[in-house]
Design a protein around this ligand. Structure first.
Ligand SMILES: [Zn+2]
Length: 138
């Protein structure tokens, strides 16, 4: 692992939405759930078995993250609708085929983030793990 990846997270993130987007551990919100950054093509899928900071198990049961595909689907539909409408309004394309192409490009480019954020949503919503609060503030 390169040292800049390790330096990314330390202070816990209080806001749940920000913590999910940054794929922080749901218990301590200090460490990233994933080993590498999203732009690491070979390793963006690799998750920690347990949180390096607090030891929270990030794989509650076998196949736990299969359900994340439903969140992924929802995120992709939201992206496609948003970009499709924006493309229509901003560029008034001459053919519907252009709109269709514009609708499929953002989800393809954002696939690594979609994958990771979907898994984070899954463990935050259905993992049954409560945020322990900021220990350094108390
Ligand atoms: Zn943790």
């Amino acid at each position: 692992m390169n040292p800049t990846e390790k330096e990314i997270s330390r202070e816990p993130v209080e806001n749940t939405i920000v913590a999910i987007i940054q794929t922080r551990c749901p218990k301590c919100r200090e460490e990233n759930m994933f080993v590498h950054q999203a732009l690491n093509i070979k390793g963006f899928l690799k998750m920690h078995r347990s949180c390096p900071a607090c030891g929270q198990d990030l794989h509650p049961e076998p196949g736990f993250y299969f359900g994340a595909m439903y969140f992924s689907y929802g995120l992709n539909v939201a992206l496609m609708v948003t970009f499709g409408i924006a493309f229509e309004i901003l560029f008034h394309p001459s053919s519907f085929a252009l709109t269709l192409v514009s609708v499929f490009i953002p989800p393809l480019l954002l696939a690594p983030w979609n994958f990771r954020i979907s898994r984070a949503i899954m463990i935050y919503v259905l993992g049954g793990i409560k945020y322990r609060g900021n220990k350094s503030k108390a």
